[in-house]
Design a protein. Structure first.
Length: 88
């Protein structure tokens, strides 16, 4: 899978910080990812684990709190399609 194949898809971006971001990948460049209809979630505001939060979001839908968000590429640990999240 290439990053180009993720354009227009709902993705999950795990960050080095206690944040996770879910949304639709709009664009990317060598420094940033731009997501629209995004949920930038601070895991410190939740009693659940990152994995449980993301799995629940797959079932209930992304809880949009940003129309658009710019994520710094250097802060990213991993990227996955939301459809590829498993809860087994």
């Amino acid at each position: 899978m290439t990053l180009d194949a993720l354009i227009g898809k709902r993705i999950v971006i795990d960050l080095r910080s206690p944040y996770v971001c879910l949304g639709t990948l709009e664009a990317f460049d060598e420094l940033h990812f731009i997501l629209r209809d995004a949920d930038l979630h601070d895991m410190r505001d939740s009693d659940s684990t990152r994995e449980a939060y993301v799995a629940a979001s797959k079932v209930t839908g992304v809880k949009r709190n940003r129309k658009r968000v710019l994520i710094v590429r250097a802060d990213i640990v991993g990227i996955a399609r939301l459809d590829d999240i498993v809860d087994e």
